[in-house]
Design a protein around this ligand. Sequence first.
Ligand code: GLA
Length: 390
Amino acid sequence: MQNKEVYDELVAKFEKMYGAKPEIVAYAPGRIEVLGNHTDYNEGYVFSAAIDKGTFFAVSASADTSCELTAGDFMETAKFDIASVAPAKEMTWQNYVTGTFNWLFDGEPAKAGKGWKGMFLGNIPLGAGLSSSAALEMCTALALAKLYGIEKDRTTLAKIGQKAEHTFAGCPCGLLDQASSMYGKAGALVKSDFRSNTFETVDMGPGVAFMMVKSNAKHALVDGAYASRRQACEDAARYFAGVLRKPVTHLRDVTMAEWVLYRGGLSETTAKRAVHPIGEDERVLQGAALLEKGDLKAFGALMYDSHESSRNWFENSCEELDAIVDAAKAIPEVYGARLSGGGFGGSCCLLVDPAAAEKIAAQITKEYKAKFGDEPVCSVISPSDGAHLV
Ligand code: GLA
């Protein structure tokens, strides 16, 4: 079992707190975003992977309508009744779980009839842009669905987690994080199409790995930056729907050539925002063809292009992430590097030759430290299986 030490700790803490072993335990991994940035809510394409770190959720039914939820790392407990599930302003970590519970019952959790006692514990570093919150939603969704005998497919459960983010956590995210956690496969990338919501896996082959480099820059998607980027994309899609003689509902429908011809009608800022997901969609499709041919160097070059687009057009990078990517470019065993996830801090994702991992980490750490004084955290990531019951 992956992350067995976390599972063992959770089960022991659960038993101590609630007096018996949990009836059900589910696990869900975090994710890395490899190519295709801010394309999910524009109904575009993404390459991502589930990672080898994740979160476990352990749960048992309670005898009445009361619920207890404990964060297993700092052992804080929230108590509520199935009839009073609502977004919390304090101990806001509970919102990912209560939001998921709420939408599992279509917004009427009182219909659950009985409450539950739950506890979660994971090992995904927080604030790293590795989607610890989506992992928590997905293990909650699997465990509670099992507890209540609810049968829903993985995409529906992913959407329930996304709805929890929107309404309980206040982040208007796309479906990428939840879908990657659900559909990950060991040794493979997940290629998502967020128009049809189809999720394929593509084997990576040997001789290549990912390294995540966590900057120490702030990463907070709940503040306004993510929402304002999403808004600009939606404004641009509405504009293109008006000027192009074809149906446009999202930026997925707009080509780079059309952006070049018609961008003049948009404000400078909105035009800059719009070109990012448009270019990213093209890069993911090119990347898919390159992966089929096994051309990892060319795939890596697209990752560098993706970062340039973030840096210059979408402006969701920052000095620390730029410094990591610039340092990576000088190392021949790094094939590509880019920011991963929402941006504005968090981590960069590097495509690397695993044999050179130590050298790469040392070189990047040295350069980062010389600039910012502190050290980034470098870890080699193996694409792993998606969420499952334990
Ligand atoms: C965050 C969001 C995702 C996606 C990425 C950017 O991770 O939660 O839905 O939009 O940013 O690609």
